[in-house]
Ligand binder design. Sequence first.
Ligand code: HEC
Ligand code: HEC
Length: 291
Amino acid sequence: MTVEKVELGKMLYFDKRLSGDDTIACATCHDPAAAFAEHKAVSEGIKGQKGERNAPTVLNAAYHPSQFWDGRAKTLEEQALMPIENPIEMGIKLGDVVAKLNAIEGYRRAFKKAFGTEVTAEGIAKAIAAFERTLLSGDSPYDRYMAGDKKALGEEAKRGLELFTGKALCAACHTPPTFSNGAFVNAGVGTEREKPDEGRKKVSGSDADWGSFRVPSLRNVADTAPYTHNGSIATLEEMVAFMAGGGRPNRNLNLLFKAMPELTAADKADLVAFLRSLSGEKPKVSAPKLP
Ligand code: HEC
Ligand code: HEC
């Protein structure tokens, strides 16, 4: 990472000219004002086309062992070029975007400074990934509590933490400190009846992965509603009720999901209070001046 790469990546992240009709940037769907996610069930790309999945936040994406709900990209660099070429997201060929940016004097200069080359697809990916690696968020009430500040969590959130890491079994998948173990899991969001998204199976080809998605990190989760891969769950309260209810039965539901009638309404409220304590300081980023 160098200052030049990060600055260039930031420009690219906010630049709508990286789309086929100059209307969509990374920041459209991963908006700093929406904790680098968006408050829509599923994303809308160029010409109002709707996708099938909810846009996760890019905050702390640098820590994910894979990218996308189905993990089809291994690195941030590999990930960054995919939405550009995706016909329903930014909808432009890489060759065309490279030519477009090479015609802009300011970008030619910025690429020269960052990479010593003209504009290349590889450079676009590297610069955006470098910028994303600066989008980290920590120092949440939970982190301060774990660092020894016993007043950082209220009583509800403290009980929620006990439940989360104890009998509610949440931490088996949402493992601290990222609150994801990186595994692909069928959480019972889709059932056979509605022809659900096959998730990880589309990548691995294995039926064992049918309807499985990467366990999402829960950091800043209070700021990124709606929830799940298809944005079908609107609030944290409903989300906790869904998880504690054991998901919806389907042929591949993970064995850890079972209804937990022993969790009372107060327990669920405590879990929600705990989840709210996972929101931390966010980088203050505003759109840069574009060349
Ligand atoms: C039209 C909306 C849209 C645009 C534009 C868009 N994204 Fe996304 N992004 C999504 C959606 C939806 C997903 C999840 C898709 C999936 O998992 O299949 C996603 C996933 C990601 C992820 C993976 C996060 C995770 O937790 O796995 C990263 C990183 C990311 N996008 C970065 C970017 C960058 C960088 C750009 C610009 C080059 C960009 N996105 C443009 C909607 C968008
Ligand atoms: C067996 C693994 C597993 C367990 C146990 C588990 N989860 Fe999840 N959780 C997931 C997966 C996988 C998803 C995403 C499902 C999808 O989108 O289809 C998810 C989604 C979520 C989300 C939505 C996050 C987002 O950004 O969309 C929240 C909140 C959540 N879980 C909280 C909990 C709580 C609270 C518990 C304990 C009561 C729990 N989970 C137990 C695997 C698990």
